[in-house]
Design a protein around this ligand. Structure first.
Ligand code: HEM
Length: 152
């Protein structure tokens, strides 16, 4: 399950770039809307399954780390915990921001979507959501590397 989430985190970035490119270069607003909603659903499902697996099935990330061939020493565990805290700041704010951006966009843009009075706020929310998801993705991958892959 963890590996599935890692693949999802890696795939998000190119899809996001393509979606934003579609808006900026070619004004393909329907493509942009569909991709963003799809990404939102994929993220929600991936993170939901991941949390169920990690918290309920595996009993928390420390249990998964304990199954490594070579256990983490105290210093490594402290570093990994710090990285996780930073990751959680982005991982928790992203679904909130993402949900607000999609919810407002679906309600306030015309159908099919076109630039309009909501454009100004949407651009601000859209770029903040984009930065948040990229930072969630990057810090999540850094955590994965230091917790499960790196040799100490
Ligand atoms: C979390 C999901 C979304 C994100 C991160 C996002 C991100 C963005 C960004 C960053 C821009 C500005 C591009 C620029 O600087 O020119 C943009 C433009 C736009 N988005 Fe989204 N978007 C999302 C969802 C949606 C949805 C669901 C719709 C339609 C219902 C939509 C419709 C538009 C439109 C019409 C524009 C063009 C606005 C204009 O140029 O005046 N977006 N989006």
């Amino acid at each position: 399950m963890l590996d599935f989430v890692v693949v999802a985190l890696v795939l998000i970035v190119p899809i996001l770039i393509y979606s934003l490119f579609s808006v900026k270069c070619c004004h393909r607003f329907v493509v942009h809307r569909n991709l963003q909603v799809l990404l939102g659903v994929v993220l929600l499902v991936a993170v939901g399954l991941f949390e169920i697996d990690l918290q309920w099935v595996q009993g928390g990330w420390k249990n998964v780390v304990a199954k490594r061939d070579v256990a983490l020493n105290e210093e490594a565990l402290a570093t990994v915990t710090r990285i996780l805290r930073i990751h959680l700041v982005f991982a928790i704010s992203t679904p909130i921001l993402w949900g607000a951006t999609i919810g407002l966009a679906l309600r306030k843009f015309a159908r099919p979507p076109q630039p309009g009075p909501h454009s100004g706020l949407h651009k601000v929310l859209g770029w903040l959501s984009t930065m948040d998801i990229v930072l969630t993705s990057v810090t999540g991958l850094v955590f994965y590397y230091f917790a499960f892959v790196a040799k100490y």
